[in-house]
Write a protein that binds this ligand. Structure first.
Ligand code: PMP
Length: 473
């Protein structure tokens, strides 16, 4: 049967038959079949339009004509690997370098965020000659074996399966962290290298909150403690690996200055600072091109990884680093070859994405629309007690739903209900955070003021209905 003739139910049945069940669908009980998209809108098989608040990959808008044209034109000319000289590769690296601090001047191109993070890990280990990695709790850095192992978001569900992963908890252990500590000790005795999880610098629900006198130092000291504990056990730190704004961690905005303090401790221990910009880079945060720049002008990571939005849907990723780190990596004498990474088509697409960001002033647009959306959401917070916190920068926004304002207990079921109802109103939104209670706004950057108003009006209506239902129970 031709795909166009297949009903949604038939596609679903075939998918269940043929595709690994661990590949999940959005809205699994009633999944959406999408057949085309443009800008910030997606269309199902019946031509119904959905507003996309999820897709940070379609950064400059789904199927942007300039990006599609660049891909098509280069595809007609040549696509081959980077072992031949080609201007697209060097043009692209040069353009990216102009967006970054000048120290980050060497580039590697790859196909996915996971590949970029895996290479970042190799660079760090080669440069420092150390093995161990510190990550934030609830972090996700990719699906490769090496990255699941440094992604507490994933490996916490794999109890007993990863003997060589170690989580050292900090002063405020809860039961789960204590269990993990016991496991860590067992694992360290049995295995090789380590990863350590530091508390998320979340000033709303974390260890040190908005009322703490110096949450920056307090959170950075947690990392320092981890380093000291590791040293006592003869371990050596290769890297602090962090998303510039923890996204699966719950759309967290680390307090400014935290990265600088952490970097001081990590550098002192001989490690490097890796900023994962895979979700949050390329102007999404509005004020800056890179999310790590929200920390302050004086902060420069040693390695930056990029993915998702970089190719507007085409599989491209990149690692940027310093000359010293790149030279240490080259000194091994082992060639780094990536069959598809940095091919002329990928680079043409990457260049077109940068052109569109500039031409359409999408960074400034993210600030303008993001601020408007935050204002509307904050008005909703006053009206609906289920909204505990609204935080964000540009078009990276989290709405933290709580059962009660004092305890800040995650309103998980309510968040799930809300996104399901919004889907029925043709708005696609997702949840994240350890409690899966944070509504996560990261739409294509062409998201408009009207879209912002539309989605918040619908949310208001649904939350009002939910409150009425609750009162009638
Ligand atoms: N890092 C972060 C922060 C991510 O969100 C993701 C993907 N969700 C990755 C790395 C891995 O990227 P990919 O799926 O392209 O391998």
């Amino acid at each position: 049967m031709r795909a166009a003739q297949r009903s949604r139910q038939q596609t679903l049945a075939l998918r269940r038959q043929l595709i690994g069940s661990s590949c999940k669908l959005f809205f699994p009980n009633d999944p959406v079949k999408i057949v085309k998209a443009q800008g910030q809108y997606m269309y199902d098989e019946n031509g119904r339009q959905y507003l996309d608040c999820i897709n940070n990959v379609a950064h400059v808008g789904h199927c942007h004509p300039d990006v599609v044209k660049a891909a098509h034109e280069q595809n007609q000319l040549l696509n081959t690997n980077s072992r031949y000289l080609h201007d697209n590769l060097v043009d692209y690296a040069e353009r990216l370098s102009k967006t970054l601090p000048e120290e980050l001047c060497i580039f590697y191109f790859l196909n996915s965020g996971s590949e970029a993070n895996d290479l970042a890990l190799r660079l760090a280990r080669q440069y420092t000659k150390h093995e161990d990695v510190i990550v934030l709790d609830h972090a996700y850095h990719g699906h490769l074996t090496s990255l699941i192992d440094i992604s507490p978001y994933k490996f916490r569900n794999l109890e007993g399966q990863k003997e060589w992963v170690h989580v050292v908890c900090t002063s405020a252990c809860n039961y789960q962290l204590l269990v993990n500590l016991m496991k860590s000790l067992f694992n360290v005795l049995n295995t090789g290298y380590c990863s350590f999880a530091a508390p998320v610098p979340d000033t709303y629900r974390g260890l040190y909150r908005e009322d703490h006198e110096d949450s920056v130092t307090a959170y950075a000291n947690e990392v320092k403690n981890i380093i000291e504990q590791a040293h006592k056990r003869g371990r050596k730190i290769a890297a602090f690996f962090v998303e510039s704004l923890p996204s699966v961690g719950g759309q967290i905005i680390p307090p400014a200055g935290y990265f600088q303090k952490v970097a001081e401790h990590v550098h002192k221990a001989g490690g490097v600072f890796i900023a994962d910009e895979i979700q949050v880079g390329f102007g999404r945060v509005g004020k800056h091109f890179w999310a790590f720049q929200l920390q302050g002008e004086d902060f420069i990571p040693d390695i930056v990884t990029m993915g998702k939005p970089i190719g507007n849907g085409h599989p491209i990723a990149c690692v940027a680093t310093t000359k010293d780190i790149a030279e240490a990596f080259a000194a091994t004498g082992v060639e780094y070859f990536n069959t598809f990474g940095g091919n002329p088509v990928s680079c043409a697409i990457g260049l077109a994405v940068l052109d569109v960001i500039e031409k359409e002033h999408l960074q400034a647009h993210a600030t303008e629309v993001g601020n408007f959306l935050m204002k509307l959401l904050k008005e909703q917070k006053i009206k609906h007690p289920i909204i505990g916190d609204v935080r964000g920068s540009g078009l990276f926004i989290g709405v933290d739903l709580v059962k009660d304002q004092a305890e800040r207990t995650p309103a998980t079921a309510e968040a799930e209900y809300l996104i399901t109802r919004l889907k029925e109103e043709y708005i696609l939104l997702s949840t994240d955070g350890p409690g899966r209670n944070v509504l996560k706004f990261k739409p294509p950057m062409c998201f408009s003021m009207e879209d912002a108003k539309f989605v918040v009006d619908k949310m208001d209506q649904l939350l009002t209905d939910m409150e009425k239902e609750y009162l009638n129970q």
